[in-house]
Design a protein around this ligand. Structure first.
Ligand code: HEM
Length: 498
């Protein structure tokens, strides 16, 4: 073991020396806060992996102060940190490949859209785009409404009983909606299985970050010898078995009924992702493996993000009573007049829920669900004041971009009203990156916005929510997860008794 360690250490030193030589004579942006010569911020990442988020938050603030681009090292890699909106777009559109450490998540969701790079990503993105249109998303309205109703019922036992954590309930309902919309089946409707699935994904995300902060385990060799690999293998087996079972069962049933439609002809939007994408497997555009990986990716990318944002929204509106009341019964954008107290949200309501959309956007700006967007710099990229060197890595930091001076003097305040004044907004194609930016931005944005609007209408018309976002503490487990202070309290609205 010791000789393997020494060998890896030697290789790392040689690689570092080669990289230092290659970047000599090249002007670097200012070093980010805490960066030391040669090792950069490696010591900060390795010192305590639970502090990755506070580190990224402080690097984001520091980068903003230093003009929008800083630099450092993590392990043997040169990193650029970018909070300048224009430079972020340049990076997002020229650096389409994800860093090697994204592959740490491959054991779970394979090489689906989130992880894949190069021509494979380009081809798959083109193939999958038609599955994310408005008509397909509107086909999920029934599921979104039923799941939101179910969440209300599950939360009812907590109403009037003081603070509690709603995380598990929100995640469970979001996962169920994701599985129903992806696999279109209730054969997956097994509470015990869902519980196991949630735990698996939670541990898997944590394991990805553990491997990232444990610089030694970036080496495939050391990783294979580690306990983490064994743990990940068990998690991957559970996940794969679950989704394999559903895909095979559903595909066979659909084939038998000759029920699947051509993706191009698909107009009604009443089918699951599996059903919509099945022709891609039948005509060999996607292999069996690729097909499964894309479906796993959709579930993996959709349920946690949407659930986390919904929980963040509840805490934020619970901390801002005037926002909540406007959301519920505002004179200009009346949730109550648009949808009323009882009926389902329908697709016509979606565009009318203007203030609801403003609240969702502001929550995502204020507390981004995916606050760090990593990219591989495969060729020299000219930024406004520097050149990002080929072979380095870049972190686009949402925390900084979302607090950039372009947002005005109240950038640090939670103020959904800003979204109602389009003339005062900065260019949101670069300054708002809650769903990422450029060519690799989130393919599921419409799905997420639709699901969140439906959930919020159901929740806010039934309950007063109370929370305190000042007490929140986070960890960065791929997405930004609250670890403390996320309790909310619910009170039934009086109108609910009528
Ligand atoms: C509030 C909810 C969501 C947020 C905040 C969010 C955010 C993001 C972000 C920031 C990225 C870029 C990630 C990166 O560059 O590493 C991304 C990519 C992606 N998202 Fe979402 N997402 C959400 C919901 C969804 C949903 C509902 C789906 C699917 C139904 C989805 C599917 C994807 C996929 C497949 C990608 C990869 C796109 C590509 O690289 O071409 N997301 N999302």
């Amino acid at each position: 073991m010791l000789s393997v360690l020494l060998c890896v250490l030697l290789c790392a030193c040689v690689l570092l020396a080669l990289r230092l030589r290659a970047s000599r004579g090249h002007e670097l942006p200012p070093a980010c806060k805490g960066s030391l010569p040669l090792i950069g911020i490696t010591h900060l990442i390795m010192a305590d992996n639970s502090k990755v988020w506070s580190l990224m938050e402080s690097v984001g603030k520091d980068t903003m102060k230093k003009g929008g681009v800083t630099s450092s090292r993590i392990g043997i890699d040169r990193f650029y940190f970018v909070t300048d909106p224009e430079d972020a777009l340049t990076i997002a559109n020229t650096c389409l490949d994800k860093p090697r450490f994204y592959k740490f998540g491959e054991f779970l969701i394979g090489q689906g859209l989130i992880i894949s790079s190069g021509s494979k990503w380009k081809r798959h993105r083109k193939l999958l785009n038609p599955a994310f249109t408005a008509s397909v998303t509107h086909g999920f309205m029934e599921t979104f409404n039923r799941q939101a109703e179910k969440l209300n019922t599950e939360l009812a036992e907590f109403a009037g009983k003081g603070p509690f954590e709603a995380t598990y309930y929100i995640q469970n309902i979001s996962l169920q909606a994701s599985c129903l919309n992806t696999f279109g089946t209730t054969s997956f409707h097994d509470e015990e299985l869902f519980k196991q699935f949630l735990e698996t994904v939670d541990q898997a995300m944590n394991a990805v970050i553990q491997r990232f902060v444990n610089i030694w385990q970036h080496s495939d060799l050391l990783y294979k010898l580690s306990g983490l690999k064994k743990k990940q293998d068990v998690l991957a087996k559970t996940y794969t078995e679950m989704t394999n079972r559903v895909i095979q069962k559903t595909a066979a049933a659909l084939k038998e009924q000759h029920n699947y439609r051509n993706i191009v002809e698909h107009k009604t939007g009443a089918a699951s992702f599996l059903e919509i994408m099945l022709p891609l497997r039948e005509n060999n555009s996607l292999s069996d493996q690729e097909f499964k990986e894309e479906l796993d990716t959709i579930v993996g990318a959709s349920f946690e993000t949407t659930a986390q944002l919904l929980e963040a929204i509840l805490i934020l509106v619970g901390s801002h009573p005037q926002v909540q009341e406007r959301l519920y019964d505002d004179n200009d954008f009346r949730m109550m007049q648009i949808v009323g107290q009882e009926r389902d949200v329908d697709k016509e309501d979606l565009r009318k829920l203007v203030y609801t959309e403003a609240v969702i956007n502001e929550c995502l700006r204020f507390q981004p669900t995916a606050p760090v967007l990593p990219r591989c710099v495969s060729q020299d990229v000219k930024l406004k004041n520097y050149t990002a060197r080929a072979g380095s890595l870049c972190f686009i930091l949402a925390y900084g971009i979302h607090r950039d001076p372009v947002w005005g003097p109240d950038a640090d305040q939670f103020r959904p009203e800003r979204w109602l004044e389009p003339d005062t907004l900065p260019d949101i194609s670069t300054a708002f990156i809650g769903f990422s930016l450029g060519k690799r931005s989130c393919i599921g944005k419409m799905y997420a916005m639709t699901s969140l609007k439906v959930s919020l209408v159901h929740l806010v018309r039934k309950y007063h929510v109370m929370g305190d976002h000042n007490k929140l503490q986070f960890t960065l487990d791929v997405t930004l997860k609250p670890v403390k202070g996320n309790e909310i309290s619910l009170l039934r609205r009086k109108k609910d008794y009528l």
